[in-house]
Design a protein around this ligand. Structure first.
Ligand code: ADP
Ligand code: MG
Length: 689
């Protein structure tokens, strides 16, 4: 399948000169297993070497000198440095070596020889020195020293220079390829050709060349985004070609809806009709239902499941934790069973006869709806006719898990649900292969959460207020940040806080964190849900989506360390009941500008999508919203924030190409096949279906 012209790039890095068994694993870790990965390894910085002399040398800069070797000065003590004194006509330069090598240095650079020396200059008292010069060559080889040098990621055992050499070697293997860009677009954006952009990527002349907005970077970023969008568009089209059960809207669902103690919001009505449109169509649905915590996703899913049951088929709702599964079950079971729809709850806790009974109900079709955890797709679980899989917090499941669930039904419709608000601009990079419905309207009657920022020195006052609230029956989350280099020290901080709160609240304080086994996490959470705990101290593992209506206070320590979207999600865990709710953002002084801006936005709005968009603006780069763990693609060359103006274009481009030339027969189509093979997204991208 891979075009032959790309073969030279799809060879192991071990085939490059100088990659022996010792550094192979290190190079693979830094770049990846293939020459292609080295070619796509972006420099992290650039060294610009200036030619100078000792009179003009500048401390801390990387500079190049032409000198004569004057004397070799072996160490006085065994552990001392070996030094070479050199002179350039205006002053001395000391070249310092820490790991011995005296006789070797004497042979290479004898007294009286002329050398060009380059490295980072340090001024020590009156002495000028370079420790371990980067280059030290005879004058006639001065040309070996690059004036400008890209810096690459490195580790102990593999220096940036070694990586650079490998990158340049791999680059030589990169062929000229026919251009896959739309010529009009390339011309308008002034994008250089692929091969030229790559060469420029690895030969930056200044920091400016490394900026995301340089035309070279934009070209390569666009390529990567286009390849990704193409892969997602193809996957989506592939799913749509599969036929699936056509399921009409039903009386059962209408009656279940009418029996609800509330009426659906406009956003729920719209989302439900989008889902129904898919279910009726006869093509396999792949839809994401996105909405803040508390926006009412479960009810929408429930009504779709009612339609499926009315059609005589089955559906499952899978949640990442037992406690969430149980909450969903409690929401669904009543309304569905009232309409004669059988519902079972299946989790890891079911054992023995009870489990056997539940499995039987699923195999026979007696139960039309199953709610549960990973237990839903175990090998011995089978369904009579699974037609719809609903996956809550879908990014919390691995690709393999989602696939195993999907395989329980031939071409089951998929409805994924997520409470992670993603700005519209980035949605395409995460969910480009899904259709998206948004719940952007909250059910009425929610009391807005009063949000206040309080400096840490006023902690005792906050604890005092918490005490009187708890005495009045309130419950509170107390979040400690997960920020330190090691999870252990975060844990210590959370344990500390739990201890000090116990001194005031006694055994009504619980602690939950990422290192607890799942069963224990569930147990602590359950105690909190049941009201046996009044204060739950947590690192950010607090389950998204867990409903604790009685919890009305959210305290977030070191709030300045959290991203805006995270703060919003945490705050969303309160304000679900009748009780007036509050969110206290404790921060360490002095408060930075960005942190202040975040807090201001939070106080002004409660709209997750708007907040996500603002967060993006405030961050301007890096890992937006800490999304890497939520299935965000790991781009090599594109920065989804800096290059966000290219995302929509790439998505439109991909869709257009696929509709005009689905078999890649045109010249541009053939060129795109090479692009697709270069990036290999098919194998890597998270596949929901
Ligand atoms: P999500 O899964 O999006 O976080 P849920 O589906 O758990 O939200 O809904 C949160 C709460 O809001 C539930 O108690 C649910 O019964 C309630 N709810 C859902 N839709 C509405 C509505 N339209 N009006 C009032 N309450 C609603
Ligand atoms: Mg939910």
């Amino acid at each position: 399948m891979r075009p032959q012209i790309l073969f030279p790039l799809f060879v192991s890095v071990s085939s490059l000169k100088g990659v022996g068994p010792k550094i192979l694993p290190l190079v693979e870790k830094l770049a990846g297993p293939l020459a292609r990965d080295l070619v796509f390894l972006a420099p992290q910085g650039v060294i610009v070497r200036t030619q100078t002399d000792t009179a003009m040398a500048r401390d801390g800069e990387v500079q190049t000198f032409t000198v004569r070797i004057e004397a070799h000065l072996p160490p006085h003590r065994p552990s001392g440095p070996y030094r070479i004194r050199a002179f350039d006509g205006s002053g001395f330069l000391y070249l310092t070596f820490f790991k011995g090598g005296g006789s070797h240095l004497l042979r290479q650079h004898p007294v009286g020889s002329d050398r060009v020396v380059s490295g980072k200059v340090e001024r020590r008292a009156v002495e000028l020195q370079i420790a371990h010069p980067d280059y030290m060559v005879p004058v006639e080889r001065a040309g070996d020293i690059p004036d400008v040098e890209a810096i690459y990621p490195a580790t102990a055992g593999v220096s940036s220079r070694v990586i650079r050499k490998l990158v340049l070697e791999a680059l030589e293997r990169a062929p000229e390829l026919p251009d896959w860009l739309d010529p009009a677009f390339a011309a308008r954006e002034k994008l250089p050709h692929w091969r030229e952009a790559l060469a420029a990527l690895h030969a930056p002349r200044s920091e400016t060349d490394l900026m995301p907005q340089s035309v070279f970077r934009r070209r390569l970023a666009y390529d990567e985004l286009l390849a990704h969008q193409l892969a997602m568009a193809e996957r989506k089209a592939g799913r749509k070609r599969q036929s699936a059960a056509a399921i009409p809207a039903s009386d059962i669902a209408r009656q279940a809806e009418a029996a609800l103690p509330f009426s659906l919001t406009g956003a729920q009505i719209r989302s439900l009709s989008e889902i129904r449109g898919d279910l009726m169509g006869g093509e396999r649905m792949s839809r994401l239902l996105q909405g803040d915590v508390g926006s009412g996703k479960t009810v929408v899913a429930m009504l779709a499941m009612a339609d499926v049951a009315a059609a005589g088929r089955q559906s499952v709702l899978m949640a990442p934790t037992e406690i969430l599964a149980r909450q969903h079950y409690e929401t669904l079971a009543g309304p569905l069973e009232a309409q004669g729809v059988g519902v079972v709850l299946l989790t890891g806790r079911d054992k023995g006869l009870a489990r056997t009974e539940k499995l039987k109900a699923l195999t026979s079709g007696h139960a039309a709806v199953a709610v549960g955890t990973h237990a839903l797709f175990q090998d011995d679980v089978s369904y009579r006719d699974l037609a719809l899989s609903v996956i809550d917090e879908q990014h919390r499941f691995g690709v393999a898990d989602r696939r195993r669930l999907q395989e329980k039904g031939a071409a089951a419709h998929l409805l994924a649900m997520s409470a992670t608000p993603i700005p519209r601009t980035l949605e395409l990079t995460v969910y480009g292969d899904l259709d998206v419905s948004r719940l952007d309207e909250k059910p009425p009657g929610r009391t807005p959460v009063a949000t206040r920022a309080v400096p840490m020195p006023r902690l005792p006052e906050i604890v005092g207020r918490l005490k009187s609230a708890v005495d009045g029956g309130a419950q509170a989350f107390w979040i400690c940040p997960l920020v330190a280099e090691s999870e252990d020290s975060d844990l210590v901080a959370a344990e500390h806080r739990a201890q000090s709160l116990k001194a005031i609240f006694g055994d009504k304080v619980g602690l939950i964190h990422g290192q607890l086994p799942n069963a224990q996490k569930d147990a602590v959470m359950a105690q909190f849900v049941d009201g046996n705990l009044a204060v739950l101290v947590a690192t950010t593992v607090v389950e998204v989506g867990v409903n604790v209506p009685n919890a009305s206070i959210m305290v977030i320590e070191q709030a300045e360390r959290f991203g805006l979207a995270q703060l919003h999600q945490l705050r969303g865990r309160v304000g679900r009941g009748a009780r007036e709710s509050s969110c206290v953002l404790l921060y360490d002084l002095p408060l930075g500008k960005t942190a202040q801006a975040r807090i201001d936005i939070l106080r002004k709005t409660d709209d997750g999508f708007l907040i996500a968009e603002k967060d993006l603006e405030l961050r301007g780069g890096g890992d937006p919203l800490g999304l890497k763990q939520s299935g965000f693609p790991a781009y090599k060359l594109a920065d989804p924030v800096a290059h966000r103006d290219l995302i929509q274009t790439a998505a439109d481009d991909a869709r257009l190409v696929l509709s005009r030339d689905p078999e890649f027969k045109s010249p541009r189509g053939r060129a795109l096949l090479a692009l697709r093979a270069l990036f290999d997204w098919k194998a890597e991208a998270p596949d929901v279906g």
